[in-house]
Ligand binder design. Structure first.
Ligand SMILES: Nc1ncnc2c1ncn2[C@@H]1O[C@H](COP(=O)(O)OP(=O)(O)OP(=O)(O)O)[C@@H](O)[C@H]1O
Ligand SMILES: Nc1nc(=O)c2ncn([C@H]3C[C@H](O)[C@@H](CO)O3)c2[nH]1
Length: 207
């Protein structure tokens, strides 16, 4: 890795991104950039009526992440200082390509590229893959009110969209290294040795 590591943890809803990013940030002594969830004014309405609220929600996520990544660029990347984040900006496209339709999708694509093309991008992505039952179990266990009626069909589609999205990211311009973490085989919460295995792989890739 020529420049300082910018690590992003990715995966579908409830995969354990924030959990793993927080654990790695502590273990590797890296500053953590975390997604804003609780103050999001559109999430509850979105889950009640996706077609009605998707444009507002996708734009809100995009603007928030734009600001966070502008700051991350200024404070860390330009200072050649490593950092870890619990998302990659590309997730905006993964979600929005599915939730938006027609002219709104066209407009969103243009705005996405305008805002993000020159933002700093992670050079290492830890992609957590998990099965539908595991994700649904974790979402229910976490107990966010607006996620309690999460549609399994939406989640199933999201799992597939993530697989395609991560492949697209890997084939794009200046692709990041993508390390797949199979959450059905590696449980970094329950088993310290599984977490250690991930830490060792990340350390090797950071060199
Ligand atoms: N390996 C694991 N085993 C059991 N529970 C886990 C594991 N990883 C995460 N969890 C739990 O699953 C829930 C979801 O984890 P987390 O919030 O880290 O997911 P996330 O991918 O960041 O979710 P989101 O996409 O909504 O931001 C939390 O309650 C967390 O404590
Ligand atoms: N539609 C949509 N677009 C996004 O870019 C996006 N990013 C996260 N989320 C949802 C997943 C969790 O419920 C919750 C917290 O991650 O917010 C999103 N939903």
């Amino acid at each position: 890795m020529k420049s300082a590591p910018f690590i992003a943890v990715e995966g579908p809803i409830g995969a354990g991104k924030t959990t793993l990013a927080t654990m790695l940030s502590q273990e590797l002594n890296l500053p953590l950039v975390k997604e804003i969830v609780e103050e999001n004014p559109f999430l509850a309405s979105f889950y009640q009526n996706i077609d009605e609220w998707s444009f507002q929600l996708e734009m809100f996520f995009l603007c928030n992440r734009f600001k966070q990544l502008e700051d991350t660029g200024a404070h860390f990347i330009k200072q050649n200082s490593p950092v870890i984040s619990d998302y990659h900006i590309y997730k905006n496209m993964i979600f929005a390509e599915r939730t938006l339709k027609g002219t709104k999708r066209d407009k969103y694509r243009q705005i996405y590229h305008l805002l993000t093309d020159d933002l700093p991008k992670p050079n290492l992505v830890l992609y957590i893959e998990a099965e539908l039952d595991t994700l649904m179990y974790r979402i229910n266990k976490r107990g966010r009110s607006f996620e309690q009626n999460m549609d399994p069909a939406y989640m199933k589609q999201l799992i597939a969209d993530y697989k395609t999205g991560m492949d697209t990211l890997a084939k794009g311009e200046n692709p990041p290294l993508i390390l797949k973490i199979n959450a059905e085989q590696l449980d970094f919460v329950q088993y310290p040795e599984h977490f250690r295995q991930i830490v060792n792989q990340v350390k090797e890739l950071m060199i």
